[in-house]
Design a protein around this ligand. Structure first.
Ligand SMILES: Cc1ncc(COP(=O)(O)O)c(C=O)c1O
Length: 403
C-alpha cells in the first residue's frame, strides 16, 4: 500500500457528538443491556409519525409516475407551495429564490461552499447545532461563537456579537428556536442581531427548522420578515415540524432585494445541479403536508409542552443540576453543577450511560465553551420514559454527590 493514499485530515477531524455517544451505547447493547435513549432529535424514534397527508403524498407521487429525477431546484408545484408557506410566515421569499434540498443539512453545505472561503469566519450562537461548526472546519473556515446568556434563557449577548466581528467575518447565523438550548428569540432579539449584521454588511443565515415548535403561543418570527433591509438566507423543512427527518427534505430561500447575494445564489444553484435533484417523492409528500390539515402539529406541540414540563420540574427538584426552561424545539440543556468525580461533561454522560444505561449528549459537543459542563436530552419520549430517565438521573447524582 502506498502512503500516497492518505485521508484528508479535515475529514478525519470530523466529530459529531450526537452520533459519537451512540457508539458507546451500542457497545452496551451488544452486551445485552437495554439503553434508554434520550439523545436523538428524531420524533419517529418515539411515538410520533408524519401526518397522513404526507404519507398519501408520497404514494400519490409514485403512482403518478414521479419516479424520475426531479428538477434540480425542486418540483415547480412544491416550490410554489413553499413560496406560499413563506408568504404565510411573512418573508415573501419568491419561488425563484427557493431551492429544495436534502434537508437543511444540505442547504448548510451549499451555503457554506458558495459563501465561505478558507480563512473566512462565520458567527454562530454558543452553543450551536454541530454541523455549523463541522462544515466550517472542513472548508478551513473559522467558526466564531457568540455568547448567549444562560440566565436569560440563552439569549444572544449583543456586546459579545459585536466584539466577535472581524474583517474576515462573512455571515451571522441564527438558530431560532435553538438546538440544543431551546432558546426562542422574539422580534426584538432578531432585530438586534440584524442591526449588527447590517452595520457590517453581513448576510444573516436563519435556521427556522423548529419555527412552529414553540410553547409561548407565538411562532419563531421569520427573520427575513423582521429584517427588511438585510439579505437573509432562510432554512426550513420537513424534518421537525412535519415529523419525517428520514425523508431528507428541506429548503433554503433567499430574501435579498438588492441582489447582494446573486453570485452566492449562482454558486448554490451550480452545486444543486451537480447533485442532480432531491428526492422527487419525498418533496411531493412535503408539499401535501404543507397543504394538509395542521391538527397533528397542535397535538405534537401540546404533547411536547407536557413532556418538557416534566423535565423542567424533575430537573429543578434534583441536587447537582439546574436548567433553564426551553421555549421551543424539543431539547433541554441542563447544567451540571457539581464537578467531581467527572473529568468533564463527556465523562459525566458516559458514566451516566455506563451506570444507569441512559443516553444523553455531552454539551461540549455543541460548543467547547458554553456547552461545557452541560448535557442535552430530547423532550420527545412518552411521559413514563421521561419519569424513568429522571429517576435514573436522580439516583446517579445522589450516588456521586458527597454529602
Ligand atoms: C438546528 C437544526 N438545523 C438543522 C437540522 C437538520 O435538519 P435536516 O434534517 O433538515 O437536515 C437539525 C437537526 O437536528 C437542527 O437541530
Amino acid at each position: 500500500m502506498t502512503d500516497k493514499i492518505r485521508a484528508n485530515p479535515r475529514a478525519l477531524g470530523i466529530e459529531y457528538a450526537i452520533r459519537d455517544v451512540v457508539v458507546a451505547a451500542q457497545r452496551l447493547e451488544r452486551r445485552g443491556e437495554k439503553v434508554l435513549k434520550l439523545n436523538i432529535g428524531d420524533p419517529c424514534q418515539y411515538d410520533f409519525q408524519p401526518p397522513k397527508s404526507a404519507l398519501e403524498g408520497v404514494v400519490e407521487a409514485m403512482e403518478m409516475g414521479l419516479n424520475g429525477y426531479a428538477p434540480s431546484q425542486g418540483i415547480p408545484e412544491v416550490l410554489e407551495e413553499i413560496e406560499k408557506y413563506e408568504r404565510w410566515r411573512g418573508s415573501g421569499i419568491p419561488k425563484e429564490k427557493i431551492l429544495v434540498t436534502a434537508g437543511v443539512t444540505e442547504a448548510i453545505q451549499f451555503t457554506y461552499f458558495s459563501l465561505l472561503k478558507e480563512g473566512d469566519e462565520i458567527l454562530l450562537p454558543d452553543p450551536t447545532y454541530p454541523p455549523y461548526i463541522t462544515y466550517a472546519k472542513m472548508l478551513g473556515v473559522k467558526p466564531v461563537l457568540y455568547e448567549c446568556n444562560e440566565e436569560e434563557g440563552w439569549m444572544p449577548v449583543e456586546e459579545s456579537v459585536r466584539s466577535k466581528i472581524t474583517e474576515r467575518t462573512r455571515a451571522l447565523a441564527i438558530i431560532n428556536p435553538n438546538n440544543p438550548t431551546g432558546a426562542l428569540y422574539d422580534e426584538k432579539t432578531v432585530r438586534m442581531l440584524g442591526d449588527i449584521a447590517g452595520e457590517h454588511s453581513l448576510p444573516v443565515i436563519s435556521d427556522e427548522i423548529y419555527c412552529q415548535i414553540t410553547f409561548t403561543g407565538w411562532d419563531a418570527p421569520s427573520t427575513a420578515r423582521v429584517l427588511k433591509d438585510i439579505p437573509v438566507i432562510t432554512y426550513n423543512g420537513m424534518s421537525k415540524i412535519f415529523l419525517a427527518p428520514g425523508w431528507r427534505v428541506g429548503y433554503m430561500g433567499i430574501k435579498d432585494d438588492e441582489g447582494v447575494l446573486d453570485e452566492v445564489w449562482d454558486g448554490i444553484m451550480k452545486q444543486a445541479r451537480a447533485r442532480l435533484s432531491p428526492s422527487s417523492i419525498a418533496q411531493w409528500g412535503y408539499m401535501r403536508a404543507l397543504q394538509g390539515d395542521k391538527g397533528f402539529l397542535k397535538e405534537f406541540v401540546k404533547k411536547l409542552d407536557r413532556r418538557r414540563g416534566i423535565f423542567v420540574k424533575r430537573l429543578r427538584e434534583m441536587e447537582g443540576v439546574s436548567t433553564t426552561e426551553p421555549l421551543g424545539a424539543f431539547y433541554i440543556f441542563p447544567r451540571i453543577e457539581i464537578r467531581e468525580p467527572w473529568r468533564d461533561d463527556k465523562d459525566f454522560v458516559l458514566s451516566f450511560l455506563e451506570e444507569e444505561k441512559t443516553l444523553a449528549v455531552h454539551g461540549s459537543g455543541f460548543s467547547p465553551y458554553q456547552g461545557a459542563w452541560h448535557f442535552r436530552m430530547v423532550t420527545l419520549p412518552e411521559e413514563g420514559i421521561i419519569e424513568e430517565g429522571m429517576n435514573r438521573l436522580e439516583r446517579f447524582l445522589k450516588r456521586h454527590i458527597k454529602g
